[in-house]
Design a protein around this ligand. Structure first.
Ligand code: HEM
Length: 251
């Protein structure tokens, strides 16, 4: 008995434009910056065990925070671009929710389990949850990181405010440097460190959460590529996906 092809199967491969250039640039700049932040963050976590000097620790935090600015500017730019992006790169293609979202999530999961997964031009409904969690964790790292860069290095945008807080009476806050104990008021410095502590805790916790979510992200990409094809990894370079089934989110 001959099997009739499913009506959703396109007889030829078809190419779809998925990711615009700003989204692709964002993705790879973010991936490289986060990799550098994880590597330098891991050294900061183990700085005492590695026997780093006080000066070495400040240099290390400066390198880490410099990568942090790259990541922060890139991420904020992506959030702005999501207001201008199309159906795949804008907020409606990223955030889970909106009319019919739960139905499409159910349909996608069922199709995945059946062994004939639906192919999406943009993010599939499950991926939208993953990408949103990633964005949220990156936003938490960005916010807490900028506060700690202010408390530890007196760097913008909050550094000037912290320098004013801890400067000893009569000392110009702009001259306060990390490690310059003669320029600071000890009691104010202790109060500032107490204020800083929860931000460092959240920064560290979000780091572990990010490590888990980034691993899941990579596993999901590999599984999708293996089960659904669609050249989804090269699509982040070329912008184009090659699909064999009719995508539910095609224009
Ligand atoms: C994906 C993004 C990021 C990751 C994975 C990350 C990771 C880490 C880790 C693991 C630590 C050590 C925490 C600890 O000692 O308890 C750390 C510390 C630090 N991070 Fe980040 N970070 C990120 C983003 C940022 C950003 C955007 C900035 C600021 C521009 C920043 C500034 C700092 C500073 C100043 C410290 C030193 C805090 C300390 O002395 O413990 N980070 N980061």
């Amino acid at each position: 008995m001959t099997q009739r092809p499913s009506p959703d199967v396109i007889s030829e491969y078809k190419e779809f434009v998925a990711w615009d250039a700003p989204t692709r640039w964002f993705h790879w700049i973010n991936a490289l910056a986060v990799l550098a932040l994880i590597a330098t963050g891991l050294v900061i976590l183990n700085d005492d065990a590695l026997g780093l000097s006080a000066g070495g620790k400040i240099l290390l935090k400066s390198i880490h925070a410099s990568f942090g600015y790259v990541m922060a500017i890139n991420l904020l730019w992506r959030f702005i671009w999501a207001f201008y992006g199309d159906r795949y790169t804008g907020w409606r293609g990223i955030l889970p929710g909106g009319s019919g979202y739960l139905t499409s999530l159910r349909a996608y999961v069922l199709s995945f389990l059946s062994g004939e997964p639906q192919q999406f031009v943009g993010h599939n409904p499950l991926a939208r949850i993953g990408i949103s969690v990633l964005f949220l964790l990156l936003l938490i790292q960005l916010t807490t990181g900028l506060v700690i860069a202010g408390t530890d290095l007196f760097w913008p945008p909050f550094g000037h405010w912290f320098a004013q807080w801890v400067a000893a009476p009569g000392v110009d806050p702009t001259s306060v440097q990390p490690g310059a104990s003669d320029l600071i008021d000890k009691a104010s410095y202790q109060a500032m460190r107490a204020f800083r502590a929860p931000f460092v805790q959240v920064h560290e916790f979000a780091f572990y959460a990010l490590a888990v979510v980034i691993t899941l992200h990579i596993i999901a990409v590999v599984l999708t590529e293996l089960h659904e094809g669609g050249s989804i990894t090269s699509a982040m370079f070329t912008g184009r996906k090659i699909l064999t089934r009719k995508p539910p989110d095609a224009p």
